[in-house]
Design a protein around this ligand. Structure first.
Ligand code: FES
Ligand code: FES
Length: 162
């Protein structure tokens, strides 16, 4: 593959210098070069949401973003959102609501929901459903996922961090 000069990204708060082909996607680089496996490869076409990350705080589909197109930008992956030692309230709510079956869609659901709650503190159920409508769950866990996001919103509004 044709290699190109290096460039830098900020990933989960740390600056990383990279070399990647012009064709490489952000998802490919995150998973294969940086070992960040939170974002998942689902459709590879921008249609399922499994690969969702934040670019400058906005949820985006990393499978269709050329990595060179986000040079210098701030990327946040699931690993940067929270950790077992301190889950993000959305992650905690998904655990509390047992909002998973196979779990493959969860990266996208959590990243999309957390982006919503960063902008809107008290979204209605309809708003949550609308926001997550582009994130596919083949297991049909949408009811539990919506409940988890509603719980997370309540938790965040109450100032709780768990
Ligand atoms: S893998 Fe990116 S939207 Fe499906
Ligand atoms: S829990 Fe399996 S795809 Fe959503």
């Amino acid at each position: 593959m044709h290699r190109t000069p290096g460039f830098a990204l900020t990933v989960n708060g740390s600056r990383v210098e990279l070399v990647a082909s012009r064709e490489a996607t952000l998802l490919h680089v995150l998973r294969n070069d940086l070992g960040l496996n939170g974002p998942k490869y689902g459709c590879g076409l921008g249609q399922c949401g499994a690969c969702t990350v934040w670019v400058d705080g906005v949820a985006a589909r990393s499978c269709v973003i050329p990595v060179h197109g986000v040079a210098g930008r701030e990327i946040t992956t699931l690993e940067g959102l929270g950790s077992r030692a301190r889950w993000h309230p959305v992650q905690q709510a998904f655990e509390d609501a047992q909002a998973a079956q196979c779990g493959y869609c969860l990266n996208g659901m959590v990243m999309q929901a957390a982006a919503l709650l960063a902008r809107e503190t008290n979204p209605s159920e309809a708003r949550i459903r609308s926001e997550l409508s582009g994130n596919l769950c083949r297991c049909g866990t949408h009811v539990e996922i919506t409940e988890a996001v509603r719980r997370a919103a309540q938790s965040m509004a109450g100032g709780a961090d768990s």
